[in-house]
Design a binder for this molecule. Structure first.
Ligand SMILES: [Zn+2]
Length: 208
């Protein structure tokens, strides 16, 4: 494997990038100045130094002091009666930008593939259970917000099943934690991160 192949292999691991695009990136870099490559590699190195992962919601955030929590989790004014569970950071950013949700978040870290037996190690289901148990007192609703795809639906079902015991359906007196999912405001196959504000708003309003 030469240097072109090696670098293309790295780019192929990026989300949504295939073999041809990966090679286009390599050729693009070859045409750039050494200073360009140096700047790029130092930015990549600094990225890991300047961000941290929130201990509560697992979101990545820019470190300013030595905080362990992101700005949402450390904000005491945030509505803690709802917890919105998303697949990844970019989904959280889209929902946050739409300004239609003001509660807490949790990043699951992936979706559950339909044909897979060992899902547990790949998503943060245990961490989610711990989070819900910890917030039991104030938490009223857990909203599952995955993309409307077969894999998103599968993840929705899997998480519901996993949370069944710790979040029974609301009793008559309102006890228990409700589990809801985004409404069908999103069209099938839509990635949450690419949805516009109105779509997200409707999907949240029509959750069930
Ligand atoms: Zn957080």
């Amino acid at each position: 494997m030469d240097i072109i192949d090696k670098l293309a292999e790295v780019f192929k691991e990026f989300p949504g990038i295939g073999e041809r695009q990966a090679r286009r990136f390599v050729y693009f870099l070859m045409g750039r100045t050494p200073a360009y490559s140096e700047n790029l590699s130092s930015l990549i190195t600094d990225l890991k130094k300047e961000v941290a992962q929130c201990k509560e919601c697992f979101r990545f955030f820019i470190l300013s002091k030595n905080e362990k929590l992101c700005d949402i989790c450390s904000n005491t004014n945030i509505d803690s009666s709802t917890l919105l569970v998303v697949e990844k950071d970019s989904d959280l950013e889209s929902i946050k930008k739409s300004r239609v949700y003001s509660g807490k978040y949790f990043i699951l870290g992936g979706l559950v593939p339909i044909v897979e037996k060992t899902t547990k190690s790949r998503i943060r289901i245990d961490e989610l259970k711990n989070k819900i148990r910890k917030e039991e007192k104030s938490l009223k609703e857990v909203i599952l917000a995955f993309s409307l795809s077969p894999q998103g639906d599968h993840t929705d079902q899997y998480v519901r099943e996993q949370l069944k015991d710790i979040a029974q359906n609301p009793a008559k007196d309102g006890a228990g934690i409700k589990i809801s999912s985004l409404g069908k405001g999103l069209s099938t196959g839509t990635e949450l991160e690419y949805s516009d504000n109105d779509t997200i708003k409707n999907a949240l309003k029509n959750r069930q």
